[in-house]
Design a protein around this ligand. Structure first.
Ligand SMILES: Nc1ncnc2c1ncn2[C@@H]1O[C@H](COP(=O)(O)OP(=O)(O)OP(=O)(O)O)[C@@H](O)[C@H]1O
Length: 276
């Protein structure tokens, strides 16, 4: 289902109010993945979400995306309850979401074409975004002829070409090597800077979260709820490799890790106890 509700221009981009999600497990039991979660993402804000493995970060994104409905509570996008997947939402995941049988250009054109943009116009927009991600001369290649970093650039072009006002990113760079990852983070910041879109970026990497975000949200050990929110007062524009070396960055890292580390320990201890 595609949402068509009217957005309120002055409302936060995203709001979760007391949101919970309970899944039925294959054995017939109930599993609470997200519990009583309150989170606000302002328009144009870049929010990074960190939390221990399996705590419910991806589930939180699926609630915002409309792929799943909350069991309790409310999820609002632009002040309007989410009902299905809205056209204003773009996704980037860890896995590449490219059609392997289509060229790079055809992949980037696919979204606008699906939304009814005429071919010539879709091609022009796709080429603009391919140029912005440095892949202008690769438009005729197929995804398997590209490196991991290049495929990720295609994914960014594929997403930004649709002008999403909300960008949901679930560990988008975690499969990349460290250097490519830093480059991609810089590119993301540059691309995002020109759009004014609101971002929710889920990551395991606290350094990546701080380098990118305006606000870092620490989730509890599952079920996920917001433990603490940290505003990141590092100036922009940022380059992730150099911002990491600033004394303020290190200070922020220590502060957030003292909160996150506790939840990571709880998760590990639970894992050890259930294995015993
Ligand atoms: N569709 C589903 N049905 C049943 N349980 C689910 C479903 N989706 C997620 N879960 C469970 O909910 C919990 C939270 O999962 P989720 O993927 O949101 O965590 P995460 O924080 O994103 O994990 P990771 O950091 O490892 O990527 C997990 O215990 C998971 O097994």
């Amino acid at each position: 289902m595609i949402t068509s509700g009217k957005r309120h221009s002055d409302a936060p981009a995203i709001e979760l109010r007391g949101a919970s999600k309970v899944f039925r497990t294959p054995s017939g039991g109930l599993h609470t993945a997200v519990r009583d979660l309150d989170l606000t993402v302002e328009q144009g804000e870049f929010v990074a979400v960190v939390g221990p493995t399996g705590c419910g970060k991806s589930t939180t994104l699926t609630l915002v995306s409309g792929l799943e409905e909350p069991t309790e509570g409310e999820v609002l996008v632009g002040g309007v309850p989410v009902e299905g997947i809205g056209p204003e939402v773009g996704f980037v995941f860890q896995q590449d979401a490219v059609f392997p049988w289509r060229t790079v250009l055809s992949n980037v054109m696919a979204g606008p074409r699906f939304r009814g943009v005429p071919t010539a116009q879709a091609k022009e927009r796709a080429r603009e975004w391919l140029a912005r991600v440095g892949l202008a001369s690769f438009e005729d290649r197929y995804p398997h002829q590209l490196s991991g970093g290049m495929r990720k650039r295609v994914a960014l072009a594929q997403t930004f070409v649709n002008d999403p006002s909300i960008l949901l990113m679930d560990e988008p760079f975690s499969a990349l090597d460290v250097q490519t990852r830093a480059l991609m983070s810089d590119e993301l910041l540059e691309l995002w800077g020109g759009t004014g879109s609101s971002v929710v970026f889920v990551t395991h990497d606290l350094e990546e979260a701080i380098a990118l975000a305006d606000k870092v949200v620490v989730m509890t050990a599952g079920p996920a709820t917001v433990k603490q929110t940290f505003p990141i007062d590092l100036p922009r524009p940022r380059k992730v490799e150099s911002v990491r070396l600033e004394p303020r960055f290190v200070e922020i890292y220590r502060e957030i890790w003292s909160s996150l580390g506790e939840e990571v320990r709880i998760t590990r201890e639970r894992g050890a106890a259930s294995a015993a």
